[in-house]
Design a protein around this ligand. Structure first.
Ligand SMILES: NC(=O)c1ccc[n+]([C@@H]2O[C@H](COP(=O)([O-])OP(=O)(O)OC[C@H]3O[C@@H](n4cnc5c(N)ncnc54)[C@H](O)[C@@H]3O)[C@@H](O)[C@H]2O)c1
Length: 277
C-alpha cells in the first residue's frame, strides 16, 4: 500500500484501487493555507486540527512554541501538512515575521483565524480599580494583536483576490459580564466592530470577514477559573452545559469553507443558547 498524504492506493491480486483518506468525500479546505493564532491550546488547537482534517495546510502559530509543535505533530500524524511558528500577536515584528514565513513556505494565505487573546480573570476587581497597565495588556494583545495580523495578511489576500478572515470574539462582546471582565469585553467588541468595517472594505477583493463568538467553552484557559464560576456559566446555557472546543471550531471551519462564500460581516454565537435571553 502506498500512502500519499491525501490519497492512497491498495493493490490486491494485481488490481490497483485508489481511494482518498476521506473515502471520496471532497475536502472542504483542500490545499488552502490557513494561519491559526493561539493554536497550541483549546479552541485554536481544535480549529487547526479541524482545518487540517479538511485538507488545509495549517500554520500553527502561538506564543508557546512547544505547544504549537505538539499540535503540528498531531496534524502530521493525520497525514496532513502543518508548521509551527512562534509568534506573540502583541508584537508587530513577530506577526510580520509569521506572515512572511507563511508566504515563503506556501506562497499564499487563504485563511486567517485570529484566535489568540489575552485571557486573565480578576473576579474581585472593578473596572475602576484595575491598573492601566492591565488595560494596556488587553488592548495591546487582544485588540492590537488582531489588527496586526489582519494588516499583515490583507495585502496578500488582496493580491490573490480572495481570502477569509475569521475573528474569534466572545459573547462578552455583547452581554453584560461579571466584575473584572470589562476590558476583555471591550476588546472583543472592538474586534467585532472592526470586523464589520473590514468586511465592507474588503468585499470587492473577494475577502470575507466574519466573527465567531464562543460562549463558555471547556478549554485549558477556561478551566483556570474557579469551579463555582464554571458551574454558574453552565447554568446560563439553555443546554445546561459548556461548549467543547470542536463546537467552536466547526463554525470557524464553516466560515472558511466554500459553503460560506456568500456570508460576510457576520458575528455568530456558539454558546448553547446562552445569548438568547
Ligand atoms: N474558552 C472560553 O470559554 C471562551 C469563551 C469566549 C471566547 N473565547 C475566546 O476563544 C479564544 C481561545 O480561547 P481558549 O479558551 O481556547 O484559550 P486557551 O488559553 O486554551 O488557548 C489560548 C492560546 O493562545 C495562546 N496565546 C496567548 N497569548 C498569546 C499571544 N500574545 N500570541 C499568540 N498566542 C497567544 C496561548 O499560548 C494558548 O495556546 C480566545 O480569543 C478567547 O477569548 C474563549
Amino acid at each position: 500500500m502506498s500512502v500519499g498524504g491525501q490519497s492512497r492506493t491498495l493493490e490486491i491480486n494485481g488490481l490497483v484501487i485508489g481511494f482518498s483518506d476521506n473515502w471520496g468525500r471532497t475536502m472542504r479546505l483542500d490545499n488552502k493555507v490557513a494561519i491559526v493564532t493561539g493554536a497550541a491550546s483549546g479552541i485554536g488547537r481544535a480549529t487547526a486540527l479541524a482545518m487540517a482534517r479538511e485538507g488545509a495546510r495549517v500554520v500553527v502559530a502561538d506564543i508557546n512554541l512547544e505547544g504549537a509543535v505538539l499540535v503540528t505533530d498531531e496534524i502530521i500524524a493525520l497525514g496532513r501538512e502543518a508548521c509551527a511558528i512562534k509568534a506573540d500577536i502583541g508584537q508587530r515584528e513577530q506577526v510580520n515575521a509569521m506572515v512572511a514565513k507563511t508566504v515563503e513556505q506556501y506562497q499564499r494565505i487563504d485563511i486567517l483565524v485570529n484566535n489568540a487573546a489575552y485571557i486573565a480573570f480578576y473576579w474581585d476587581t472593578h473596572f475602576h480599580e484595575m491598573d492601566e497597565e492591565e488595560w494596556d495588556r488587553h488592548i495591546n494583545i487582544t485588540f492590537r494583536g488582531t489588527l496586526y495580523c489582519c494588516k499583515a495578511v490583507i495585502p496578500h489576500m488582496i493580491a490573490q483576490r480572495s481570502g477569509r478572515i475569521i475573528n474569534v470574539t466572545s459573547d462578552a462582546a455583547r452581554l453584560i459580564q461579571p466584575k473584572g471582565q470589562a476590558m476583555y469585553a471591550a476588546c472583543k467588541a472592538a474586534i467585532a466592530g472592526i470586523s464589520r468595517c473590514l468586511a465592507g472594505e474588503l468585499a470587492r477583493y473577494g475577502i470575507l470577514v466574519n466573527c465567531v463568538a464562543p460562549g463558555t467553552t471547556e478549554t485549558p484557559g477556561f478551566l483556570a477559573q474557579p469551579s463555582e464560576i464554571i458551574e454558574k456559566v453552565r447554568q446560563l446555557s439553555l443546554l445546561k452545559k459548556v461548549g467543547e472546543p470542536d463546537d467552536i471550531a466547526n463554525l470557524v471551519l464553516f466560515f472558511a469553507s466554500e459553503e460560506a462564500k456568500y456570508i460576510t460581516g457576520q458575528h455568530w454565537s456558539v454558546d448553547g443558547g446562552a445569548s438568547s435571553f
